[in-house]
Unconditional design. Structure first.
Length: 334
């Protein structure tokens, strides 16, 4: 007979969730985006629902911790993983914009824009040499805003929003370069999962570039010929760099397998899904149709990784598995 989940265990489990758990929302959200781009709408909406449920839970935890545990909130906010709040919200907003729910997408953009400067400033103050892959989340969060802004600009024919997204696009690239100087390259072989963000940040940058290209139209005339030329070349270059990172990181996983579950593995799934979405979106924006097939292959690799990490989470998290953790057991016996 399966063990029942103790509500107290579930609450304690939830209270221990680190900010890195926000990567699960990012990963699930971008899988939804990718499935939409490839026409698997039912699966895309299922993934969207799962991402929304997780986002609401993490959002509630974010607010309650701020009100009840301000000291711990400040400690968590100083870690790069805190920026998953911005990135996850932006990814969900992008998916809602794809559905035509521009009001909700705009609200999520506003929320992301409010959180972004506060969390980014706190995180940047704690940067140091030899950091893990999470250091690239500054670029990811910034490019997430650019993606959502450019997507809404196309939907609403808002030129100012596209120009703001372009500024964020270039700022995101600058943050990526700065992050490179703080990243510990040994993480490629030793990282627990978040080292993949080194490539994922380039993938979301390429996605942002493709959305900026797609936002242009005869009615808006956002970019002149020179600006459009530069934007297209930079976007393709970013995608090539991302795919190079993908190959290096995949080879490192083969050379030094890390098969145990870690919550940071969600930060592996996100770059896998983001690379697929980036390839598919760039293929459409620059009209290179032969990229669509490899993009779909990469998407199903990301889906397989999502399933594997989800299975690992269900097996490893005591409260979800319906058993008490050793910590809770020892506490209850005191």
């Amino acid at each position: 007979m399966p063990a029942r989940t103790d509500p107290r265990s579930l609450r304690a489990w939830w209270a221990r969730r680190p900010p890195a758990a926000g990567a699960a929302v990012m990963a699930t959200g971008i899988i939804s985006v990718g499935l939409h781009l490839t026409g698997y709408e039912v699966l895309s909406r299922i993934a969207l629902v799962l991402a929304c449920v997780a986002w609401v839970g993490l959002g509630a935890d974010f607010v309650l911790r701020l009100l009840r545990q301000p000291v711990r909130w400040r400690e968590d906010a100083g870690t790069p993983a805190a920026l998953t709040a911005v990135a996850a919200t932006s990814v969900l907003g992008t998916r809602f914009a794809q559905l035509g729910w521009t009001g909700l997408a705009g609200a999520l953009l506003a929320l992301s824009a409010l959180l972004w400067p506060v969390l980014l400033w706190i995180v940047l103050r704690h940067w140091h040499r030899g950091m893990p892959g999470a250091v690239f989340l500054g670029a990811v969060a910034t490019q997430g805003l650019a993606v959502l802004g450019a997507t809404l600009a196309a939907e609403e024919s808002a030129a100012w929003l596209a120009h703001a997204a372009l500024v964020l696009f270039w700022l995101g690239l600058a943050l990526y370069v700065l992050a490179l100087f703080h990243f510990d390259p040994r993480q490629v072989l030793e990282g627990a999962g978040d080292h993949w963000i080194a490539g994922g940040a380039l993938a979301i940058s390429a996605l942002a570039g493709s959305k900026l290209i797609a936002a242009d139209s005869p009615a808006l005339y956002l970019w002149n010929d020179d600006a459009d030329y530069v934007l297209r070349r930079v976007t393709v270059f970013l995608l090539v760099l991302d795919l190079a990172w993908y190959a290096v990181l995949a080879a490192a996983e083969i050379v030094r397998p890390r098969l145990d579950y870690d919550v940071r593995r969600w930060a592996t799934v996100f770059p896998l899904g983001m690379t697929a979405a980036g390839v598919l979106s760039v293929a459409s924006a620059v009209e290179v149709s032969w990229l669509e097939a490899p993009g779909e292959v990469l998407l199903w690799i990301a889906v397989a990784a999502w399933l594997a990490v989800s299975y690992g989470a269900l097996r490893q998290e005591p409260a979800l598995a319906g058993t008490e953790s050793p910590e809770l057991t020892s506490t209850s016996r005191r």
